[in-house]
Design a protein around this ligand. Sequence first.
Ligand code: NCD
Length: 354
Amino acid sequence: MKRTLEMTRVNANWGEFYKKDISEKLPFFTKEGRLYDCLFAQQFNRRLLTHLFKTADALRDITQNKEGMDYAGGLLSHIRAMLYFVQPSTRTFLSFLNACHILGIRTSEIRDTSTSSEVKGESPEDTVRTFSSYVDMIIMRHPTPGFVEKTAWLMNRTDRPVPIINGGSGKDQHPTQALLDTYTLYRSFNGDMDNKKIVMVGDLKRGRTVRSLTYLMRNFKNISLVFVSPEQFRMEPDILEFLKRHNMPFMETADFMSVMGEADAIYMTRIQDEHDNAGESKKVDYSPFHFKAEHLKLIKKTCVIMHPLPRRHEIEVTVDEDPRAVFWRQERNGMWARAALMAYIFDVDKKIKY
Ligand code: NCD
């Protein structure tokens, strides 16, 4: 189904639209059968994921020499993008920026509301609408849950819509992180994504990466999830409901050691204390949720250790030398996966042959 004028009229009220079930919203963020705004991990299906992973693999192959780099750099040289990142970011920002440059997209950036007209009292909605006067795509990270979606909703109602890509929205979603995480699993497992046990560890309540990654795991067969967290930071009920609805087995525990030996992938996360209201994080002993060098002998030979980064102490630094520690590769995979996604959104993916 595609977005129509009728849909735009019916969805005129943001508050009502926001509350709708995701399945009802998705057509609004799709154009000519193709993902247009990338807002939620639920927008990816297995076919699209595999296509994007193969496209990303092909792109890294092509760009190994100057000729190939020049070819890739011509694919979207007619496109300009805005990177609006008003929450701290190193990797997501840099990997998007460099993914844009690989495809020839020219970029502008705002990284702090204090340098935009928001300090003069302009609403965030008017600020983002301004970007669309100058650029052809907005990639954004914002602390307010739902605001990235609202931007896409707003933009799709104007006469100059531009695609919006979610680079992290509050505590709710980080779909392109899930994309690169899954791409990392795909490369680590040589494309064999089914029948895996994924152990996610840490502050699962407030981490958006684990939420989005859980949604993506639905696309593969016989995946079981193990959520390891302190009692205070257990995975939110909406995600557990999602798993039940889709008959995906999961368990919750605070005993990391007891489950690490069965894992095909261990996904570590840091404590998200920027979301504290009353110093909740300080009351938790996070050390049982650390991966230490001594744990290496307890995990499978084929298990991969992942982390969206930044890390604090969740993974002991000496673990980095073990070939099963893939988080630095994961970080670089982000650039290729995001480049593949943007090539797809702008319909030049078929020019990257695999
Ligand atoms: C994550 C994020 O911003 O949610 N970082 C990232 O994008 N690589 C994870 C985190 O900050 O803990």
